[in-house]
Design a protein around this ligand. Structure first.
Ligand SMILES: [Cu+2]
Length: 208
């Protein structure tokens, strides 16, 4: 049966056009998050928790407070170096992946998921996210500060300054916590009294 052009057809056409426009926007957002990024990704600049769960998020490091990826330490983590993060929850567990490009070559770094979002002050990210919280702070007891109770993502850059790390734990983040990955100056220590520490905070990436 052929449709006569009428009100309903026009309404349907308008709806279709609207859908196309919406799809177009989505396409643009996706392109912005995976391709040529502005220095500050505007849609994620306000840390409102709009990161899509289970989808990779790409960003470039810069020096601004509200960026997805912040560097506090050039040139080791230069402005313009890029990162890709992925947080996946499955079967009660969580896998966090981190890929980096364009850092200083052949260098060890520590990295962990921290409680809060990043800020201009590196301390704003707060302490490490812990599944079972250490009653003592700062937490340097290996019973709590360990890679099963926290998410550790230590890495060493290759000769091109690239690296990747991944960690799987058998729990999920509490709502509103575990919102950033902080990159530190050294690999993470494990001995009592120092467990979980990894030196200066050199960069911070918002993840959720
Ligand atoms: Cu840390």
């Amino acid at each position: 049966m052929a449709l006569k052009p009428g009100k309903n057809t026009l309404a349907a056409a308008a709806a279709a056009a609207l859908m196309l426009a919406l799809a177009g926007c989505g396409e643009k957002d996706r392109a912005a998050s995976s391709g040529d990024l502005p220095e500050v990704a505007p849609s994620r600049a306000t840390n409102t928790g709009t990161y899509p769960p289970g989808e990779p998020v790409k960003a470039k490091f810069n020096e601004f407070e509200n960026a997805t990826a912040n560097t506090y330490h050039q040139p080791d983590i230069p402005k313009g170096a890029s990162d890709e993060t992925l947080v996946q929850s499955e079967g009660g567990g969580t896998t966090v992946s981190l890929k980096l490009e364009g850092l200083v070559p052949d260098r060890e770094f520590g990295a962990h998921v921290h409680v809060n979002t990043c800020g201009a002050d590196p301390d704003q990210a707060g302490p490490h996210y812990q599944d079972k919280k250490d009653p003592e702070t700062p937490s340097v007891d290996p019973a709590y500060a360990n890679p099963k109770n926290e998410v550790w993502l230590d890495f060493t850059t290759d000769q091109d300054g690239n690296a990747q790390a991944e960690s799987t734990v058998d729990w999920q983040f509490r709502e509103g916590e575990g919102r950033s990955i902080v990159i530190h100056a050294t690999h993470t220590m494990t001995e009592k009294g120092k467990a979980g520490t990894a030196g200066e905070r050199m960069a911070c990436i918002n993840i959720r």
